[in-house]
Design a protein around this ligand. Sequence first.
Ligand code: PDD
Length: 283
Amino acid sequence: MSRIAYINGRYVPKSHAQVAVEDRGYLFSDGVYDVLPVHGGKLAFAERYLDRLDRSLGELRIEKPMSRAALLHVMNEVIRRNHLRNCSVYVQVTRGVAPRDHKFPKGVKPSLLVMARTWKAPPPDLLAKGAAVITVPDQRWARRDIKCISLVANVLAKQAAAEQGALEAWLIDNDGMVTEGSSTSAWIATPKGELVTRPNGTEILPGITRSVVLDVVRDLGLTLQLRPFSREEAYAAREAFLTSTSSFVLPITRIDGKPVGEGKPGPIAARLREAYVKAAHHA
Ligand code: PDD
């Protein structure tokens, strides 16, 4: 566990790091965040993540707290001060501190928090056996493309999964289609071996791991369909897997208690995981 965090201009022991009670992130979830991977001491795909952070800030009209170069410096300094090599960096920007009033306050600086932590070790046989997911209704707001700190619907979905012994919850829209996982992007391979994942839009977060895996899919010449897929299609898939910054590419072998394909991790997810990890180390 890392101990030094950066908050509003200072590097402080995390146990001493404090935010004001009137921070709009605390009162209104009026802020955005991102989580970046660090492989071998180096931030991987940093530009893609920082583009997404800029976009999230722009959509909510929150001022950038500092230049990209300065933010990269702070993130690298947090990694260095905590002696981390394989970890994730959490960056959060809120609209700032002001007396509680819904409309934007004037003349307020955004608050910036940067923390880092080692990867959560996956349970030992997770990769060998694959993960279980459940499906639940997608109860989130209409702008899931913004990486907003308001995550209560995601929290409830993940908790429902945990209570049913599953790793993740796949969220189902009003048309019975999978949007994504509560904190991961969702993929299947059809019985014919075509890869399917939902196209970017306001219904899902534009996952960065997903974007890297999409590049890999194209490089490998695999067949890809960018379209929504239904829960029933997922039940009938040959393979299913998820992608995320902290899980990379993870096979899914049970959906709502039903085995996917033969109920074992399949070759497509394994190949994509290997290619992703390689790309992350050279990014
Ligand atoms: N979760 N979908 C949602 C709703 C997410 O919150 C995330 C990321 C993803 C995967 O995106 P990426 O590949 O960029 O990590 C998809 C982060 C890591 C989190 O909340 O901790």
